[in-house]
Ligand binder design. Structure first.
Ligand code: NAD
Ligand code: DAU
Length: 353
């Protein structure tokens, strides 16, 4: 049994689905079901007794203690977080609440549980904290990629809150000996991603004939990793990672935003042709405040120590992703509800997108 938090969100749901598909044992899935959490992501597990869903907050220590005592998990994988940079700019408080205080309360409950385990279980127990490359800050065009020893320099309220949570996790290992692992991954894309994030936003806007908003000059660079490859990396770290270590995870796929958007447009031109090329919908809009210029991941540690490699290239992964959104229009129809419309109006101003 493992406890996954945030397993109704984009990466967490992909992780739970992959975990159960590969028969690794049952999962307790704790998720608050914020706007980003969606039980439809887990619809395939509706009648699966190996999946126990609990609606709740990682900041609710009493609930966590109860779940830990009841299910006695051998590991926790912590995905639960507020995850969207733009939302953190409009309203940082939820990010501090969940990412900092929530992680703290979760760690406290886990420490109490872990301290009471028998010697053998204590040694085998793992707390894996899923974090981001954004904690390292922004790179110039010729800077070397982020390694695990790059100093933290978070620039947004989101990345600052994730950095704080990483520090707490590290401190719980150093001070209490809690067997922790931390992963810092680059931008994910794939099925079930909420359409506030660049790639699904572009796919859905394009299909609806709406403008495709590019922040600033469109030359900000991100490293893109297919979500299934992030999940396989987390499994590798959980099973073989060295306790107390952090592992950077990336796809070796650095791309400027404008090129990502043009690639998506070209795929849609092929798979769902419209009267004009989708790229004609591209517009440049006001830049994100404090927008990090470039992220790049040096993944040599996980590759050499754990023999992990991504299995998808950007070309294969983005094709699968576009196809998934085209084939899952009912999922799309359900997520673009009232809250989502409110978010578009707030971030992009009225009806432009
Ligand atoms: P997401 O926003 O899609 O999902 C987050 C999930 O956490 C949702 O299901 C939400 O309901 C749940 N949640 C939020 N607050 C909670 C709370 N207080 N208690 C319990 N559940 C709560 O996010 P995602 O993109 O799937 O990201 C998952 C994790 O991976 C996050 O920690 C994020 O920082 C990290 N990460 C994301 C990316 C990426 O590209 N998306 C890359 C690297 C790391
Ligand atoms: O790097 C890992 C991070 O990747 C994760 O930790 C975050 O949880 C995840 O949201 C993601 O953060 P980004 O800010 O990089 O992702 P987003 O999809 O919001 O934006 C990707 C790039 O595209 C970024 O440079 C901003 C730009 N962008 C985004 C949106 C939503 C646009 O140009 N237009 C847009 O409308």
């Amino acid at each position: 049994m493992i406890l996954v938090t945030g397993g109704a969100g984009f990466i967490g749901a992909n992780f739970v689905l992959d975990w159960l598909a590969s028969n690794r044992g049952p999962v307790v899935n704790l998720d608050k079901l914020t706007y980003a959490g969606n039980l439809e992501n887990l619809a395939a597990l509706k009648d699966d007794p190996r999946h126990i869903f609990v609606r709740g907050d990682i900041g609710d220590a009493a609930l966590i203690e109860k779940l830990l005592q009841q299910y006695q998990p051998r590991a926790i994988v912590n995905f639960a977080a507020e995850s969207h940079v733009d939302r953190s700019i409009h309203g940082p408080e939820d990010f501090v609440q969940t990412n900092v205080l929530g992680t703290f309360h979760l760690l406290e409950a886990v420490r109490a549980y872990w301290s009471g385990l028998a010697e053998e279980q204590r040694a085998a127990f793992r707390f894996l904290h899923v974090s981001t490359d954004e904690v390292y800050g922004s790179l110039g065009p010729n800077d070397a990629a982020f390694t695990e020893t790059t100093p933290y320099a978070p620039n947004s309220p989101y990345s600052a809150s994730k950095a704080a949570s990483d520090h707490l996790v590290r401190a719980y290992h150093h001070t209490y000996g809690l067997p922790v692992l931390t992963t810092n991954c680059s931008n994910n894309y794939g099925s079930y991603q909420f359409p506030e994030k660049l790639i699904p936003l572009i796919i859905l806007n394009a299909l609806n004939g709406k403008p495709l908003p590019i922040y600033g000059d469109g030359l900000n660079v991100r490293d893109w990793l297919y979500v299934g490859d992030h999940c396989s990396a987390i499994r590798a770290v959980l099973e073989q990672g060295r306790v107390g270590e952090t592992y950077n995870i990336g796809g070796c796929n650095e791309m400027a935003n404008i090129d990502v958007v043009k690639t998506v447009c070209a795929l849609l031109d092929e798979l769902k042709p419209a009267t004009q090329p989708y790229a004609a919908l591209i517009i440049y809009v006001k830049d994100r405040a404090g927008h990090d210029r470039r992220y790049a991941i040096d993944a040599r540690k996980i590759e050499s120590e754990l023999k992990w490699r991504p299995s998808e290239t950007f070309e294969t992964g983005i094709r699968k992703t576009v196809q998934w959104y085209l084939e899952n229009q009912s999922w799309v129809a359900h997520v673009v509800s009232g809250e989502y419309q409110g978010w578009l109006a707030k971030n992009y101003g009225g009806g432009r997108t």
